[in-house]
Write a protein that binds this ligand. Sequence first.
Ligand code: SF4
Ligand code: SF4
Length: 92
Amino acid sequence: MGMRRVYALNIGTRFYSTEQNVNGGTQMKVEINRARCKECGLCIHNCPKKCISKSTELNDAGYYPVQIDDEACIGCGICYTVCPDGVFHVLG
Ligand code: SF4
Ligand code: SF4
């Protein structure tokens, strides 16, 4: 597995990523740890692109973890910020 770089900066109530500021978010990727998701829905409701949805396969904890439409994702990192269970990793 390659080295991961997290660019997330939480400044007050607003969220920025350095990569997004430089490249308009087009090069960001978000990784999901399916095992941690508890279906609270916070990320789904807060994603500005509405590109997060529940998957149809249960994780080991008995929840349907979220999935991301990578084509629509702009790498803003809001999902990373709002998730209480550390499901998301914003990758460079
Ligand atoms: S990084 Fe932004 S656009 Fe991409 S899934 Fe998360 S909240 Fe949605
Ligand atoms: S905010 Fe986290 S725990 Fe809640 S649905 Fe999204 S990924 Fe799952």
